[in-house]
Design a protein around this ligand. Structure first.
Ligand code: NAD
Length: 496
């Protein structure tokens, strides 16, 4: 099969780059290479930044309402191409079509939010802050800003960034994950069709070298990053050192507490979705369930029952597949190795995804949903982000101990509790050290108008992605204090 093109988009032109190393893009469902991503160097990043800088003055002067109109047109185009985009996500990522539709839908909601730019950018004003003196604030764009994204949400995560950034009047350089560049390319084509002027959105490809070039470029004023914690921390340190604003969302270990009074069936389903949705490749994956008291006896058998019925398959060709493949063969090997290590340390696999075979797609990168019981702190699957379909089950005696264990994690993205007790839920919400909390909701990922508010090692920076915090991140405020001494010449009123 012919490889799909993986062009760059710079200054309104699609271009290719030759003479650079490339890295493969797989269709993980079948294990085929479908494209090669060029690993661009600093020269290419500079071209993209220069194009964005050239486009900035005119774009900044474009009234927010006109910028929003282009985003409205893009929203309509994405709706028109919704299934095509979902298929693109499935093809390059391996998640099921239903999950891919969620990926595109959540991205689209960020465009809908960005369409509100005219009111989101409104400032504040106060009359008579002192006698005869008024004060107001306005929000202005920063200039060229950049986004660096992970592989696990090819549509949504880039759309967390550039629509709101450009709605605020900035111009943008996007470096999508080198593992999943194709959906971004298609969405960029549609953005052109919607009328986005040349240079407002630019797309470059690559890995560490391209990222460093973005972080060091003097014309880049702010960087949005989403990816693993070590890289998020690195991006934040290097970017802030060179004087940029940086928001860097990192990895996670999310705990799901199950109280003995939890409603059994919806709790089992909630944990199933939290742990195994997108094959566990989610920063909001509920990767550790803490069964409190008798919860292990009630919820665990039902959970194992539903998990063992999950149909694993090639998402791009099996419409009934409930869980797809993981992203690369190396990642599959890493996930299986972590299961092996945990089992050797005493964890008991109640279901074991290492042995999963999919007859219709023998080359796919499949790991079946794996439930590890009797997991203890210190085991590798507890310490590290597995980012695969592996659920730790830890048994504990009471809510206090469970909250203490969850709070001992260095991460702080999401946490959830399943219970019928308002008191337990209230206690959990108050004391848990995580920025996104679910009460009887396994994956409490906030909608586009709320911030994606990770804590601790899950986020480096001050202002989060999504919602009003993203508007604050992509703008700087100007506060004007005004006094007038007299009427101008020719006035027909007497001065007061
Ligand atoms: P990753 O950190 O490997 O890559 C993310 C980006 O960083 C990519 O664009 C990649 O090209 C770049 N990169 C990789 N290595 C680099 C290096 N050494 N120097 C500079 N740049 C580098 O992450 P991934 O595997 O693509 O994505 C999975 C991770 O993303 C998980 O840890 C997941 O939890 C996290 N994630 C977090 C959120 C969140 O909101 N907190 C959302 C989605 C994903």
């Amino acid at each position: 099969m012919a490889l799909r093109p993986c062009p760059l988009f710079i200054g309104g032109e699609w271009t290719t780059v030759s003479g650079v190393a490339t890295t493969p893009v797989h269709n993980p469902s079948v294990g085929e290479v479908i494209a090669e991503t060029p690993l661009c160097g600093a020269d290419v990043v500079d071209q993209a930044v220069q194009a964005a800088a050239k486009a900035f003055p005119a774009w900044m002067e474009t009234p927010p309402v006109e910028r929003a109109r282009i985003l409205f047109r893009l929203k309509v185009l994405l709706e028109d191409h919704f299934d095509e985009l979902a298929r693109s996500v499935t093809t390059e990522h391996g998640k099921t079509l239903a999950e891919a539709r969620g990926d595109v839908r959540r991205g689209l909601e960020n465009i809908e939010f960005a369409c509100g730019a005219p009111s989101l950018l409104m400032g504040e004003s106060a009359e008579n802050v002192a006698r005869g003196i008024d004060c107001d604030s306005i929000r202005q764009p920063l200039g060229v800003v950049a986004g660096i994204t992970p592989f696990n949400f090819p549509a949504m995560v880039p759309l967390w960034m550039w629509p709101i950034a450009i709605a605020c009047g900035n111009t943008f350089v996007l470096k999508p994950s080198e593992k999943v560049p194709l959906t971004t390319i298609r969405i960029t084509e549609l953005a052109c069709q919607a009328g986005l002027p040349p240079g407002v959105l630019n797309v470059v490809h690559g890995g560490r070298v391209a990222v460093d070039a973005i972080l060091d470029h003097p014309l880049v004023k702010a960087v949005s990053f989403v990816g693993s914690t070590p890289i998020a921390q690195y991006v934040h340190e290097r970017g802030t050192k060179s004087g940029k604003r940086v928001q860097a969302a990192g990895g996670a270990k999310n705990f799901v507490l199950v109280m003995p009074d939890a409603d059994v069936s919806p709790t089992a389903t909630g944990i199933l979705e939290a742990a195994f949705g997108c094959a566990g490749e989610r920063c909001m994956a509920g990767s550790t369930a803490i069964a409190i008291g008798k919860a292990a006896d009630t919820v665990l058998p039902q959970l194992v029952d539903v998990v063992s019925k999950v149909r694993v398959g090639p998402a791009d060709r099996d419409p009934d597949a409930q869980m797809g493949a993981v992203i690369t063969p190396e990642h599959k090997a890493r996930v299986c190795d972590m299961i092996t290590q945990a089992a050797a340390a005493g964890a008991k696999p109640l279901t074991d995804g290492r042995t999963t075979k999919v007859a219709s797609a023998p080359g796919g990168f499949f790991v079946g949903p794996t439930v590890l019981d009797h997991v203890r702190p210190g085991m590798v699957t507890m310490k590290e982000e597995v980012f695969g379909p592996v659920l730790n089950v830890v048994r504990m005696d009471d809510l206090d101990a469970a909250i203490e264990l969850a709070n001992s994690s260095p991460y702080g993205n999401g946490a959830a509790i399943f219970t019928r007790s308002g008191k337990a839920a209230r206690e959990f919400r108050h004391r848990i050290q995580a920025g996104m909390v679910g009460i009887n909701i396994g994956v409490p990922a906030p909608m586009a108008f709320f911030p994606f508010s990770g804590w601790h090692a899950s986020f480096f920076g001050d202002l989060h992605l999504q919602g009003r915090e993203s508007v604050a991140f992509y703008t700087q405020q100007k506060v004007t204090t005004t006094r007038w001494f007299s009427m101008g010449e020719g006035t027909i009123w007497a001065d007061r």
